[in-house]
Design a protein around this ligand. Structure first.
Ligand SMILES: CC(=O)SCCNC(=O)CCNC(=O)[C@H](O)C(C)(C)COP(=O)(O)OP(=O)(O)OC[C@H]1O[C@@H](n2cnc3c(N)ncnc32)[C@H](O)[C@@H]1OP(=O)(O)O
Ligand SMILES: O=CC(=O)O
Ligand SMILES: [Mg+2]
Length: 723
C-alpha cells in the first residue's frame, strides 16, 4: 500500500494529497496550510458528533427490535406511543418554512427532469451534463415509445416507416407544447417569423399562429427561412430544427429534421449509491471528475460506430429574439453533487490513525472543488447565484439534518465561503426522516433546496426497521400498500407546508426500468400530477421523454391547489407492510421471489465487487433489465433476511438459490470481456461471499445498509487483483 502523507493528526492517501495540493487548492483562495489545519480541527470537533448520531441509530433500533419481540400482535396506538416515548417520533414544528435564498431558477422556479449519474464514469457524467438538451426524434426512434409493428422495427440502418411514426408522434406532442390557433402541427407546411410572430402555413392553405404568441422565444438563421425556431412552454424550451437537405428534413414538408427538448434541467453527479469508491484511489477519481465538471475541462475519449470521439461539455445555445436581440440559453444541466451519508468511513484520510467519516470528507472536498465554479474559474458557470448544491442521502431524523447543517457551516468557514452558499438536498429515504420530515426541513431551513422521495432506500429501511415485526409482503406488493402511498403524499404536503414551492424542489424517485420507456411515459406523468416539480430519470433519453410530462402538467398550479389541502398521513405511514395474518404463500411463489431477489443481488454485486461498477442494468427473473444500485440491493437483501428470520425460507434453500443463480449470472455476463466469473469455485469468489454475507448477516447490517460489506469485499478483491 502507498505510504500515506502525514499532516498533523491526519494521514492522507498520496494520490489524493497530490490532487488537493496541485489541482483543487490552487485558485481556490484557500492556503494549503490553513486548509489542512482547519480540516483537522473540523474533524476533531465533528467526528465525535457523527459517531454519537450513529450510536443513537443503534439504540433506537435495539428498542424497536425489543418492542416487536415483546408485542407479536401490534396495537397501533400503543406502537405510536412507544415511538414517541423513545424519541423516534418527534413533535411537528409550528413553523418549518424555509428561508433559502440565491437558488438557481432550474431548482426554484422551473419544473423538469432530474438525471442521476455515477460521477466516476466520465463518459456518462459528461453525457449527463450535456443532457440539458435532447433530441425527441432520437428518444422516440431508439426506444419502445414507438412500437415495432407494421414494418416499424428498429433494424440496422434508418427505417423510414419507423421514422414516419416517430415524426407523427412527436408532432402530436408539439400540439401540447405549442398549440396552434387552428389545425395541428401535423398539417404544417411552412414555419416562418412574420411581424415578430410565428406564422404557420397549413396544407389546406390556411395561415395560423400560436395560441400563445409569446411562446415564440427566438430563432436561428433568417426569419423567412429559419434554421431553428425556439418555443417556450411551462418555462421549458423546445427547438424546432430545419434542414431540407437532411435525410429526415427532406421528407418533411416544412424541412423539420428534429425537435430538441430542454430535458435534464438538473443533474445529480453521484458520489453515493451508484458508485463503488472504497479507498483513496477511488475517491481521488471521484473528486477529479467533479473538478473537471466544475472547471468545464472534463473530457472522455470513446469509441462509437467504429470511430473515436472526444466528449466534452457543451457550449451554450445562441438565438435571436423575434425582436432581433441576441441571447443564449444554458447548454448544460445545472449540476448538484450527492455526497455519501453519515455511516461510512474511508481510508483515503486517517485521523489519529482511524478512517475519517466519508460524508465529512465529501463535504469538505466537493465544496472546495465547487468553489472553482463560485469564483468563475471554469470555462462555464454552473450556478448563476453562487450556490453549491449538495444532496445529502440517508439521514435519519432532524438531529442528523442539524448535524449536516453544522458541518456545512464549518466547511464554509474553512473554505471562506459565504454563509449558506452550501445548499442541502434532503433525501427523504429513511423512515425516521419521513415521519419527522417537517422537523428535518426546519433543521436546515436556510439551506434546503430539495426534498426527494428516495423510495428505494426508504423501502429497505422499512423492512430493516421492522425486521422483527413479522414477515413482509412479497417485494412487488410493497410499493402498492398504504405506507408508501402515504409517504409519497406526505412528502409533498410537508414540502408545500414548508414553503418549498417556487423556492426549492419537491422531487420524486427513480424510474428503475431503463428500457421500458413506453411504460415510463404512461406512469411517470403521475409525478408532476402529484405535485413534484422534479423526478429522477436513469438516462438522458429518459430525461427527454419525461420532460414531456412537465409540458402536460402545470406543476406549480398543481402545487397551489395541493397547498390548500391538509394531509398528515402519519398513521398510514406507520402501517408496516407485513404479510396479512392468515395469508400463506405457495412454495412456488416463495421460491420465485427468492430466486428473483438472489439473481438481482448476484448480478449487481458481482460487477460491484469484481469490477468496481456501482450501478448496473441487471435482468430480473422475467429478463427485464432493472437499474440496480446499493438501494435496490438493500431491499433485496433485507427482504430475504426477513423471510429467513420468519422461516418462510430455510438457510439451505437460500444457499441452493445462490449457487444456482451464480451460474446463471455468470452466463448472463459471458459477453463482457472484463467480467470475472464466480463459478466454478464459488467459495473462492469474493462477490459470492459478499452476496451471501449481505443475506445471511443481513439483520446485523446497520440499518440494513449494504456498503459495509461491499466496501470490505471490494477492497479484498482489489488486493487480490494487485496480487
Ligand atoms: C436509488 C438511487 O439512488 S437511484 C440513483 C442512482 N442510479 C443512477 O444514477 C442510474 C444511472 N444510470 C446508469 O448508470 C445507467 O443508465 C444504467 C447502469 C442503469 C444502464 O446503463 P447501460 O446499460 O450502460 O445503458 P445503455 O447501454 O442503455 O446506454 C448507454 C448510453 O446511455 C448513456 N447513459 C446511460 N445512463 C446515463 C446517465 N445516467 N447519464 C448519462 N448518460 C447515461 C451512456 O453515456 C451511453 O451513451 P454513450 O454510448 O453515448 O456514452
Ligand atoms: O436514492 C434514491 C433511493 O430511492 O434510494
Ligand atoms: Mg437512496
Amino acid at each position: 500500500m502507498a505510504e500515506m502523507i502525514n499532516k498533523g493528526r491526519l494521514a492522507i492517501y498520496p494520490g489524493l494529497y497530490q490532487f488537493i495540493q496541485e489541482q483543487a487548492l490552487p485558485g481556490s483562495e484557500v492556503e494549503a496550510e490553513q486548509f489542512w489545519v482547519g480540516f483537522e480541527s473540523l474533524l476533531a470537533d465533528l467526528i465525535p458528533q457523527n459517531q454519537a448520531l450513529l450510536a443513537q441509530r443503534d439504540v433506537l433500533q435495539a428498542q424497536i427490535d425489543d418492542y416487536h419481540s415483546r408485542h407479536p400482535a401490534l396495537d397501533r396506538a400503543d406502537y405510536k406511543r412507544f415511538l414517541t416515548d423513545i424519541g423516534y417520533l418527534q413533535a411537528v414544528p409550528a413553523d418549518s418554512r424555509i428561508r433559502t435564498s440565491q437558488v438557481d431558477e432550474e431548482i426554484a422556479s422551473m419544473a423538469g427532469p432530474q438525471l442521476v449519474v455515477p460521477i466516476n464514469n466520465a463518459r456518462y457524467a459528461l453525457n449527463a451534463a450535456n443532457a440539458r438538451w435532447g433530441s425527441l426524434y432520437d428518444a422516440a426512434y431508439g426506444t419502445d415509445v414507438i412500437d415495432e409493428t407494421d414494418g416499424a422495427e428498429k433494424g440496422k440502418g434508418y427505417n423510414p416507416v419507423r421514422g414516419q411514426k416517430v415524426v407523427a408522434w412527436a408532432k402530436h406532442w408539439l400540439d401540447t407544447i405549442a398549440p396552434l390557433e387552428q389545425g395541428s402541427h401535423q398539417d404544417a407546411i411552412r414555419y416562418c417569423i412574420q411581424s415578430q410572430q410565428l406564422a404557420i402555413e397549413l396544407t389546406d392553405g390556411r395561415q395560423t399562429r400560436l395560441q400563445a404568441p409569446e411562446a415564440l422565444a427566438g430563432y436561428q438563421g433568417n426569419q423567412e427561412n429559419p434554421l431553428a425556431i425556439l418555443l417556450k412552454h411551462h418555462a421549458l424550451h423546445a427547438e424546432l430544427q430545419f434542414d431540407a437537405n437532411h435525410p429526415v428534413g427532406k421528407t418533411d414538408p416544412t424541412g423539420l429534421k428534429d425537435i430538441l427538448l430542454e430535458s435534464a434541467l438538473t443533474t445529480i453527479m453521484d458520489c453515493e449509491d451508484s458508485v463503488a469508491a472504497v479507498d483513496g484511489e477511488d475517491k481521488t477519481l471521484v473528486y477529479q471528475n467533479w473538478l473537471g465538471l466544475m472547471q468545464g475541462t472534463l473530457t472522455a475519449e470513446l469509441e462509437k460506430g467504429g470511430q473515436t470521439q472526444l466528449r466534452t461539455m457543451n457550449q451554450d445555445r445562441q438565438y435571436l429574439s423575434a425582436q432581433g436581440q441576441a441571447f443564449s440559453l444554458k447548454g448544460r444541466s445545472l449540476m448538484l453533487v450527492r455526497n455519501v451519508g453519515h455511516l461510512m468511513t474511508n481510508p483515503a484520510i486517517l485521523f489519529d490513525g482511524e478512517e475519517i467519516p466519508e460524508g465529512i470528507m465529501d463535504a469538505v472536498i466537493t465544496s472546495l472543488i465547487a468553489k472553482h465554479d463560485l469564483l468563475g474559474l471554469g470555462k462555464f458557470k454552473n450556478s448563476q447565484t453562487g450556490s453549491v448544491y449538495i444532496v445529502k442521502p440517508k439521514m435519519h431524523g432532524p438531529d442528523e439534518v442539524a448535524f449536516t447543517d453544522e458541518l456545512f457551516s464549518r466547511v464554509e468557514s474553512l473554505l471562506n465561503l459565504p454563509t449558506y452558499s452550501l445548499k442541502m438536498g434532503i433525501m427523504d429515504e429513511e423512515r425516521r426522516t419521513s415521519v419527522n420530515l417537517r422537523a428535518c426541513i426546519a433543521a436546515a431551513r436556510d439551506r434546503v433546496i430539495f426534498i426527494n422521495t428516495g423510495f428505494l432506500d426508504r423501502t429497505g429501511d422499512e423492512i430493516h426497521t421492522s425486521m422483527l415485526a413479522g414477515p413482509f409482503a412479497p417485494k412487488a406488493e410493497l410499493k402498492t400498500l398504504p405506507w408508501i402511498l402515504a409517504y409519497e403524499r406526505a412528502n409533498v404536503a410537508a414540502g408545500l407546508a414548508s414553503g418549498l414551492s417556487g423556492k426549492a424542489q419537491i422531487g420524486k424517485g427513480m424510474w428503475p426500468i431503463p428500457d421500458q420507456m413506453a411504460n415510463m411515459m404512461q406512469t411517470k406523468s403521475g409525478h408532476p400530477q402529484a405535485g413534484a416539480n422534479t423526478a429522477w430519470v436513469p438516462s438522458p433519453t429518459a430525461a427527454t421523454l419525461h420532460t414531456l410530462h412537465y409540458h402536460q402538467v402545470d406543476v406549480f398550479a398543481v402545487q397551489n391547489q395541493l397547498a390548500q389541502e391538509a394531509f398528515d398521513g402519519l398513521d398510514s405511514i406507520l402501517q408496516i407492510p407485513l404479510l396479512e395474518s392468515g395469508r400463506t404463500l405457495s412454495q412456488e411463489l416463495i421460491q420465485r421471489e427468492l430466486d428473483n431477489n438472489v439473481q438481482g443481488i448476484l448480478g449487481y454485486v458481482v460487477r460491484w465487487v469484481h469490477q468496481g461498477v456501482g450501478c448496473s442494468k441487471v435482468p430480473d427473473i422475467n429478463n427485464v433489465g432493472l437499474m440496480e444500485d446499493r438501494a435496490t440491493l438493500r431491499i433485496s437483501s433485507q427482504h430475504i433476511a426477513n423471510w429467513l428470520k420468519h422461516r418462510l425460507l430455510s438457510k439451505e434453500q437460500v444457499q441452493a438459490s445462490l449457487e444456482k443463480m451464480a451460474v446463471l449470472v455468470d452466463k448472463q455476463n459471458a459477453g463482457d470481456p472484463e467480467y470475472i466469473p464466480m463459478a466454478p469455485n464459488l467459495n473462492n469468489a469474493i462477490a459470492f461471499q459478499a452476496a451471501s454475507e449481505l443475506i445471511f448477516a443481513g439483520i446485523e447490517q446497520p440499518s440494513g445498509y449494504t456498503e459495509p460489506v461491499l466496501h470490505k469485499k471490494r477492497r479484498e478483491m482489489k488486493a487480490r487483483l494487485q496480487g
